[in-house]
Design a protein around this ligand. Structure first.
Ligand SMILES: [Zn+2]
Ligand SMILES: [Zn+2]
Length: 291
């Protein structure tokens, strides 16, 4: 039976050379390159592109409202970003630059790990991330914000040892198409599949765009347990087929990474940005782990 084994191509980051400057591994001028579309994305670091008049987003889970870390900032207006991804998260306008940004709280959590993990596992209230699609008219907005005193104060108050080292994602490369993860198949009641085919197309770990999520035996996905129910736009539409359905848009990290790279943001579990398949700008967090 192969009906459930829908193949989806994942895209893995292709980093430019890592930046070896331990005194200051964040280069503010990389924001100019990001907004100019010289490369696809920035991973980690402490320089979010913000509108000139907006404040640095802060955590709504931890008591001291820690500034969130710009975990991933993807330019949706450059051809350095895969067309398949740009089609699923279309730029807000044809002119200027649209970014897809994922911010997470890397402050220490109540449990081992970080605040973001506490929240996304359902162990803590509030909101320890921000995922958004934002438009910039030109390359000035994001750079003006970084000169503001508020920006610099927020930057100084990050827990720096927990901020992932800033890296340039030049582009993303399509990899071997993936089948749904074994645990997903099990949940779908699909137990009679071609093992050899599965092994040849098993989902990969670590940061990736699209593909299939690596699920463990325990999940905290939208609509499961205590987490907020799915997509508010879908929920408002009471037609019989309005059930929430999502895709794994970005796998942020996994607890085990093939070819582990020390600069990866390690999570004690697998974390994802899920996207409503009907509403491209509705995102939810997902987490799964096997213990
Ligand atoms: Zn926090
Ligand atoms: Zn929806």
């Amino acid at each position: 039976m192969t009906g459930q084994l829908e193949l989806i191509t994942p895209y893995l980051p292709v980093y430019s050379e890592p930046i070896h400057d331990t005194q200051n591994n964040d280069k503010p001028n990389l924001l100019a390159g990001l907004l100019a579309g010289d490369f696809s994305a920035l991973y980690g670091g402490s320089h979010p592109a913000l509108k000139a008049d907006e404040k640095w987003p802060r955590c709504e889970t931890c008591a001291n409202r820690t500034p969130l870390v710009p975990y991933l900032q993807i330019n949706l207006s450059t051809e350095c970003t895969p067309a398949e991804f740009r089609n699923l998260v279309p730029p807000l306008r044809p002119d200027g630059v649209t970014l897809f940004q994922v911010f997470v709280c890397t402050a220490y959590g109540e449990n081992p790990g970080n605040c973001f993990e506490d929240w996304i596992s359902g162990a803590a209230e509030g909101k320890a991330w921000l995922v958004r699609v934002v438009h910039f008219d030109g390359d000035a907005d994001g750079l003006l914000a970084s000169e503001a005193a508020e920006f610099q104060e927020a930057q100084r108050s990050l827990v720096t040892e927990l901020v992932p080292t800033q890296r340039i994602v030049a582009t993303w490369t399509p990899e071997n198409p993936e089948v749904p993860h074994r645990e997903t198949l099990f949940q779908l009641g699909c137990t009679d599949y071609d093992e050899e085919f599965y092994d040849a197309h098993e989902p990969v770990s670590g940061l990736k765009l699209l593909g299939h999520a690596i699920l463990g035996m325990v999940e905290n996905l939208p609509g499961d347990g205590d987490q907020e129910e799915g997509c508010s736009s879908c929920n408002a539409d009471h037609s019989p087929d309005s059930a929430w359905s999502f895709r794994c848009l970005v796998q942020l990290g996994t607890d085990v990474v093939d070819d582990c790279d020390e600069s990866e943001f390690m999570t004690s579990g697998n974390t994802y940005v899920l996207q409503c398949t009907r509403h491209p700008y509705v995102f939810q967090g997902g987490r799964s782990f096997s213990w």
